[in-house]
Design a protein around this ligand. Sequence first.
Ligand SMILES: *Cc1c(COP(=O)(O)O)cnc(C)c1O
Length: 302
Amino acid sequence: MSEHLGLDLWIKRDDLTGFAFGGNKGRKLEYLIPEIQASGAETVVTCGSLQSNFVRQLGAACRMIGVRCVAVVMELPFDGPAGKPDTTPLPLGGNARLGELFGIEFCIQEDGTWDRLFEQMDDEADRRRANGETVMVIPVGGSSVAGAYSFMKAGEELGAGFDAVVTASSSGSTQVGLAYHFAGTSTEVIGVACDPEPELPQDLSDLALRLDDAVGKGARLSPEDFHFPLDWVGPGYGVPSDKGQAAFEALMQLEGIPLDPVYSAKAFSGLIDMAADGRVKGRVCFWHTGGLPSLLALPVHG
Ligand SMILES: *Cc1c(COP(=O)(O)O)cnc(C)c1O
């Protein structure tokens, strides 16, 4: 693949982190789970799509510590301005099936915007509190300060000497943690958008400032510090793209490494195009965030 792209490609295999089928969310849970335990909550409420990788791994972790996991989900949350992508109903299986096996309580909502889903999550938490349950709400994708902190630590693991790190970005704490770690170095972090949300760099900056308040390194990242290209989202969040499918085939054929259709295949399609036009060059790390269970649920083409 390095020869194919004309650069020195490295791949960080977070698809192989291992816990409950692996992926980037295992890193966040390393720090989120102690917070849940310290809170004394008996129930955790989160939200996401039905094929959320975070929900799957959170559910497995909650099972281990004896906490109930409630996931307020939609089949396909979509962004208001961009509208709902045109797609046939997405089949079950993949993460939805694993979540069921792991004992997650799904509250399935009608498809709508992310903002509506966040409200429905808060309503579900309030309803349970009113019933006397102690509840902790975990934001979508585990993108709290703890989640971002885990990817700051992950950046330390990678070390220096890369011209660029390219990864998929959606709820944002993966990109925030990496960008925070590499701030002020010669390593550029590019988070390829998997959600058509041009306003996300503001959220990324807000989370980075909260991370800095906690860590105290003094790196104050503004929205402009986040490279968040929207060019490879395809039909929309959660719907496979043709370019992603081509990227999947290329990496499978040359290296035998699978990508997932919702995140990593879109990010890798971005890397392929950015290598072709010289936007990235030299020693480049593709941060493979995992997500492979959804390969067993979604159709190949959008
Ligand atoms: C959640 C997820 C991402 C995006 O990470 P964020 O921290 O939410 O931006 C990328 N790839 C996969 C496979 C994921 O599950």
